[in-house]
Design a protein around this ligand. Structure first.
Ligand SMILES: [Cu+2]
Length: 232
């Protein structure tokens, strides 16, 4: 069994992960059911992170897929392990292996305490290939209820304000804030008017519009305390 990601590594933030299960003769197994639990082993405690169920990849008979949102990178002394459990023809198997999770080059995940004293994890899913255009933007939002429990947060809103700090902090027109779609992910439109480094300032609002985290960008406040970064 081997895990794959599009860029060949696991990193902080949202990771689509693919795998196949093979017999010893190399043939693939196409009738498994599987689930996983990522686990971070820290000095003084263990915790997990937000993750999806595992399903069969589209247009494939033997590739399984899901996603994991790592909120921190591993190190020598504090490391991630992946518990992967699967069943084939009624027989259960378990694999537990250390995985290497590196820090992403850009900020693509935020983990913070909100004004409601709850902890949240917010991660960017798209755009993965940003263009000078109005891009589809997607993010996932979870609450951290204890060390192992990360429910999806429903009906919030993520206000976006993309800026270029290197160019007088200019913004862009025609952005659309992110609201929850049918797939439970938050979706909107991100306008990028030129190539370069963009800081996407964020504000998280609850279902009645209360600001849970993040600040407006103004003449006197050049950025929010929560943001994503893009460079292309
Ligand atoms: Cu610019």
């Amino acid at each position: 069994m081997e895990l794959y990601t599009l860029n060949g590594k696991l990193q902080t933030g949202f990771n689509n992960i693919f795998f196949q299960i093979k017999n010893t003769d190399g043939t693939t197994i196409d009738n498994a059911t599987a689930f996983w639990i990522p686990e971070m082993n820290m000095m003084s405690m263990k915790h997990s992170c937000p993750y999806s169920a595992i399903s069969k990849a589209k247009n494939s008979t033997s590739t399984y897929m899901g996603f994991i949102v790592f909120q921190m990178a591993g190190s020598e002394s504090e490391y991630w392990e992946l518990n992967l459990n699967y069943s084939i023809n009624g027989k259960d198997y378990t694999i537990k292996d250390r995985i290497s999770v590196v820090e992403a080059n850009r900020r693509v995940v935020e983990s913070f305490q909100g004004s409601d004293s709850k902890r949240y994890i917010l991660a960017m899913v798209e755009p993965t290939a940003p263009k000078v255009a109005i891009n589809d933007m997607k993010a996932v939002l979870y609450r951290m209820d204890g060390m192992m429990n990360f429910p999806v947060v429903d009906d919030f809103k993520i206000v976006i304000d993309p800026r270029m700090p290197g160019m007088a902090n200019h913004s862009s027109p025609n952005n659309t804030d992110l609201v929850q779609g049918t797939d439970k992910m938050y979706q909107g439109k991100l306008s990028l008017t030129m190539t370069g480094y963009w800081k996407i300032n964020l504000q998280l609002l609850d279902s009645i519009g209360t600001v849970i985290k993040g600040e407006k960008v103004t003449e006197t406040n050049e950025g929010s305390s929560i943001y994503f970064e893009l460079e292309f």
